[in-house]
Design a protein around this ligand. Structure first.
Ligand SMILES: Nc1ncnc2c1ncn2[C@@H]1O[C@H](COP(=O)(O)OP(=O)(O)OP(=O)(O)O)[C@@H](O)[C@H]1O
Ligand SMILES: [Mg+2]
Length: 309
């Protein structure tokens, strides 16, 4: 299973349309795909795929991430049944839920943030997981980056996108160090949402993006077909399979599948490496009740030690 995050803290650059389009293209190519709507705005669920939010009282992504609910990921999943899935494939969605906005505040209470989404996805059984990230370098994005094997970054040929990409790379480098995980792979930049012919300004920005040493994938042409597809709750690959946008999504899907086939994705650390303060306290309380000094000593040894400055 390969986990890909579609990430850029800059807003409105095409993350959600790319997440939905690439996920659907993979499903149409016969892959089993799980799309995780990690953006509290919930646009992938509601605006692009026409699915309802997870209803109140049912297991949901925010409940799973905050450990209020600890069941299998399958119970969070809703199938999207109206796209042209290829033989053997599927497009499942972990939809948004009303608690997603509030979740960022609650995740903040965890001592070492980052592993909650990896834990939720740990036993998922798909070829690809695609995570639609929020437009922020926040705890939710950190969770996606901790869990992910690689990223694709939609960009506009604009100087602000160049700066956004630098900040994103810094954030990824910082997180890799903080949680001691293998390097996140950059599957590619996906240019989009610009007018043709390109202005000199846009061309200069595009040159700068090319110079950053990340593979540039096929661009997604701007076209009303993307909005028309969304208004019907369909991926553009299903709504307009012969459009240039659908064709770009399929090429991007093939790049992702190429990475999966070349390097069976296995070496993202599992959340069992995580030190969770709440679990530690629960275990200590249990050991104290049993008056088991050996177990308490064992737990103390497990606790990360900070060197005094
Ligand atoms: N190729 C395209 N052609 C035309 N419109 C597009 C295209 N891609 C995206 N859009 C539109 O541009 C807007 C922003 O796209 P999208 O929601 O995918 O960006 P985003 O980066 O996910 O935004 P946010 O940062 O708010 O999550 C949406 O209204 C979407 O329908
Ligand atoms: Mg979005």
């Amino acid at each position: 299973m390969q986990i890909t995050s579609v990430v850029n803290q800059k807003g409105g650059v095409g993350k959600t349309s790319l997440s939905v389009g690439a996920a659907a293209a993979l499903a149409e190519q016969g892959r089993r795909v799980l799309l995780v709507d990690l953006d509290p705005q919930g646009h992938a669920t509601t605006e692009f795929l026409g699915l309802p939010e997870a209803p109140n009282g049912r297991p949901s992504l925010p409940m799973a991430l905050s450990k209020m609910w600890k069941g299998p990921v399958e119970e969070l999943v809703v199938p999207h049944q109206r796209c042209n899935v290829g033989r053997g494939g599927c497009l499942d969605v972990v939809p948004t839920a009303p608690g997603m906005f509030d979740l960022v505040r609650r995740l903040d209470q965890f001592r070492i943030p980052g592993w909650e989404l990896a834990r939720v996805l740990q036993f998922a059984n798909y070829d690809h997981v695609i995570i639609d990230c929020p437009p922020a370098l926040d705890l939710l994005t950190n969770n996606a980056l901790a869990a992910t094997h690689g990223v694709i970054v939609p960009v506009q040929p604009d100087r602000t996108s160049v700066r956004a990409l630098r900040l994103l790379r810094e954030q990824i480098g910082h997180l890799e160090e903080l949680i001691n995980r293998p390097p996140v792979l950059y599957y590619g930049l996906v240019p989009g949402l610009y007018r043709r012919p390109m202005t000199g300004y846009a061309e200069a920005a595009m040159r700068e993006l090319h110079a950053m040493g990340i593979q540039v994938l096929p661009h997604i042409p701007t076209g009303v077909v993307v909005n028309e597809a969304a208004s019907r709750g369909l991926p553009v690959t299903t709504f307009a399979p012969h459009s240039t946008q659908a064709s770009a999504m399929h090429q991007i899907a093939q790049v992702l599948e190429g990475y999966r086939r070349r390097a069976p994705a296995a070496d993202v650390p599992t959340p069992s490496d995580e030190f969770v303060f709440e679990d530690f306290i629960t275990d200590v309380a249990g050991a104290r009740n049993r008056n088991d000094t050996g177990a308490r000593k064992g737990l103390y040894d497990l606790m990360p030690k900070r060197t005094r400055r």
